[in-house]
Write a protein that binds this ligand. Structure first.
Ligand SMILES: *Cc1c(COP(=O)(O)O)cnc(C)c1O
Length: 432
């Protein structure tokens, strides 16, 4: 019934594993992010099973959830990381991750980020443009290092997902058009400081069908075989992330099924020796977390009923940004009757776009606790402090225990580092 099997009702109260969400709300306050360690492990297992016996590396797409405890858990399970900034690299290192299992994606890599990644010894730079290739060559050569590289190619396939999270189409800013890739590989081969090791793509997010992956794979296989004729041998193929999760009733892709088809095609093409790299983000963490919030006010009007809660778009942006659906469960559900109202669940922020869920029939009272489900991915990591709202604490549940893996922010910390102007105004010239 529930989208998240580690979040279940026990004696009428929603629990994370064996811990009551009502108890957590009392202990740590709301809004509150709550994660399940077992759910992280379950998701990891689904990939581990799919890749068993093959040369493969899972690099968690950490922009989905970059809490150090989450990263550390995956690192201990053997995960690598797909990073998109120097800040994310610093988090991997702080969490005890292996830089040798890091792939560095992103269209805007700066010089300092390249230097930091070279120094850390990342597995691969996923290069997204020719200008980046030239810069990386200069940065590596000038520091006497060699940058392992892959080209992120854009296979021009439609992942049939939300336009904001579709990345493999010609009109997207990501990657190098696949037709141009052979030429760019030849250029890479001629540049100092670079070592060609792979090819990668990432066609989108929340993908629920196998066909876009398999279409992209076919195009990459053709590219790899063509490169071989040019004397360029790759050692890995990185198919990116993108596997969707169940937010409500979607049928989702199972890694075992998808990747057995991928391995079949690689074997048939004589490319079974390639290491398969994957960059799953959402599917490793999305259903391992909920956002816990308390109903502050109920507002009934002729046109609409609102449940105003203490979480908002600054805590969870996905509904506002993507029109995303999150299931909402009452922590202690009340009986729904014919006269139960339909509510929009909204936050206190001064924006009409500040909503978390729309048109939910729920019997609600002031003070009730709600769990916004499937809030483990692109949730806390996209949070802000808009309206000077401290970001929530993050809690990790493990069986009967709970741990604070990030403290709730204090209000003072939100304006630390801001400075007042001197009382005296500067002398101004006439023109200004
Ligand atoms: C965001 C991202 C991922 C993770 O995507 P999911 O849809 O969360 O699996 C992987 N690789 C790259 C390059 C990304 O930008």
């Amino acid at each position: 019934m529930t989208v998240a099997p580690r979040f279940t009702f026990k004696n009428g109260t929603l629990h994370a594993e064996d811990v009551s969400l009502a108890t957590l709300a009392k202990e740590y306050g709301t809004p509150l992010y709550v994660y399940s360690r077992a759910a992280l492990q379950d998701a990891w297992e689904s990939y581990a099973r799919a890749l068993e016996g093959r040369k493969a590396l899972v690099c968690f797409g950490m922009k989905a959830n970059s809490n150090l405890a989450v990263l550390n858990e995956f690192a201990r399970l053997g995960s690598g990381f797909d990073i998109v900034s120097g800040g994310e690299l610093a988090r991997v290192l702080a969490a005890g991750g292996d830089p040798g299992k890091v792939v560095f994606s992103g269209v805007g890599k700066q010089v300092w980020e390249m230097q930091a990644a070279l120094e850390a010894g990342v597995k691969c730079f996923n290069v997204e443009s020719e200008a980046e290739l030239e810069r990386l060559s200069r940065v590596a050569a000038s520091s006497g290092r060699v940058a392992p590289i892959s080209l992120r190619v854009n296979p021009d396939v439609d992942a049939r997902t939300h336009p904001y999270i579709s990345t493999g189409l010609k009109e997207n800013k990501f990657g190098i058009a696949i037709e141009r890739a052979p030429e760019v590989y030849r250029r890479a081969k001629s540049l100092p400081g670079l070592n060609i090791v792979g090819v990668d793509c990432h066609i989108g997010s929340q993908i629920t069908e196998a066909s876009p992956y398999l279409d992209a794979l076919e195009k990459l296989i053709a590219l790899i075989l063509g490169l071989r004729e040019d004397g360029i041998e790759l050692s890995h193929l990185d198919l990116g992330g993108g596997i969707g999760i169940r937010y409500t009733d979607e049928t989702v892709l199972q890694p075992v099924e998808l990747f057995s088809q991928v391995f079949d095609r690689l074997d048939k093409a004589g490319l079974g020796h390639l290491e398969l790299v994957l960059e799953p983000g959402r599917s490793l963490v999305g259903n391992a977390g909920v956002l816990l919030t308390e109903v502050q006010y109920l507002k009934h009007s002729e046109a609409k009923n609102f449940a105003i809660v203490d979480a908002a778009m600054n805590d969870l942006l996905r509904p506002t940004l993507y029109d995303a659906w999150h299931d909402v469960e009452a922590v202690n559900p009340r009986l729904v009757t014919d006269s139960t109202p339909v509510y929009d669940i909204v936050g206190p922020i001064c924006e009409s776009g500040d909503w978390l869920a729309r048109e939910r029939r729920m019997e609600l009272h002031q003070g009730d606790l709600l769990a916004i489900m499937s809030a483990g991915a692109y949730a806390f990591t996209m949070s802000s402090q808009y309206n000077t709202r401290p970001r929530p604490a993050e809690i990790m549940v493990d069986g009967t225990r709970s741990y604070v893996v990030r403290e709730r922010e204090s209000i003072e910390s939100l304006f630390q580092g801001e400075n007042l102007l001197p009382q005296e105004q500067a002398i101004r010239t006439k023109e200004s």
